[in-house]
Design a binder for this molecule. Structure first.
Ligand code: ZN
Length: 296
């Protein structure tokens, strides 16, 4: 039995076999080329399959997706922005394999439930703060998928007190305030001159006031969104991961303060917001859970 997991974007493809002893060295990664994105994705899958008969494939993709149609339309992949039939394409490669596609936030929630920080609870939200912000929701132990497969898009929850223009066309979306790319943009607009999220975190740790303000701003927005969603869904735990959410920074301090300020209802007193321990493999691990779930 050869099961495969595939992660699509936003900045690259990753693929691996699904097995208990899979480590970082077993994961194959590829940047997304400007053209022929499918060719790069296909080559990665064939390399990982190694000529063996593939018995199932789980795919976690940056959203939005159309789960019923098997189509992904991540805005970061120019060629696929209007929709690419990933399930059909993968099916042609591995005709006998069942294929299960899910939004990357759903995969993240599956990975936290099976291997990470929500194994001991039933109601949780998992958030990934990369350049953009994704998430997945678990209620009663089940990860919510939604009508079209896009449940958990916390990046587009509105955050009171902010009106930053979002790429979705709205204003004040969490992603437009607290996503890594948008936080860097905000810091630069204030005069900061660094390049990356790592630079920003280092500068904040060295006491740079703009960097500190940028991380605090992102943390405040995250905390407000988390408090709202926790009240709506009666959550027990929220897991926050991703490069911008490295533990121990000003982001976490502001996030905690905002949650304490806004999550005041009695049923929220036990709410715990904690860093993810899955690192960068959450989505791929969740895609592995999908592959296992459709294994015949
Ligand atoms: Zn938006």
């Amino acid at each position: 039995m050869t099961m495969l997991a595939l992660e699509i974007g936003p900045h690259g493809f990753a693929a691996s076999r699904v097995a208990e002893d899979v480590g970082e060295d077993d994961i194959r990664r590829s940047p997304i080329p400007a053209r022929a994105a499918w060719d790069a994705c296909r080559d990665l899958l064939l390399e990982v399959a190694g000529g063996d008969e593939v018995t199932s494939v789980g795919i976690g993709s940056a959203g939005p997706i159309d789960m019923a149609a098997g189509v992904v339309a991540p805005s970061e992949i120019a060629e696929w922005r209007t929709g690419f039939g990933i399930v059909e394409a993968v099916q042609k490669l591995f005709p006998a394999a069942p294929i299960h596609l899910a939004f990357d936030g759903v995969c993240l929630a599956l990975a936290e439930r099976n291997f990470g920080g929500t194994q001991d609870v039933m109601d949780a939200l998992s958030i990934m703060v990369s350049d953009r912000i994704g998430g997945g929701v678990m209620i009663g132990g089940f990860v919510m998928v939604g009508r079209t497969g896009n449940a958990g898009h916390i990046g587009h929850v509105l955050v009171p007190g902010f009106d930053d223009l979002c790429e979705c066309g709205g204003r004040g979306c969490l992603e437009a305030v607290a996503g890594g790319a948008f936080t860097l943009k905000w810091a630069r607009a204030q005069g900061w001159q660094g390049k990356s999220v790592d630079d920003l975190i280092e500068a904040a740790q060295a006491g740079d006031e703009i960097a500190l303000a940028a991380l605090s701003r992102a943390g405040t927005a995250l905390g407000r969104a988390i408090a709202s969603v926790a009240a709506l869904l009666d959550l027990d735990r929220v897991i926050v991961g991703g490069p911008l959410a490295r533990p121990g920074t000003a982001l976490w301090k502001s996030l905690g303060a905002a949650v304490a300020t806004h999550a005041r209802l009695s049923f929220l007193t036990g709410l715990r917001v904690v860093p993810s321990e899955l690192g960068e493999v959450g989505v791929l691990a969740g895609a592995g859970v999908l592959a296992l779930s459709v294994q015949g």
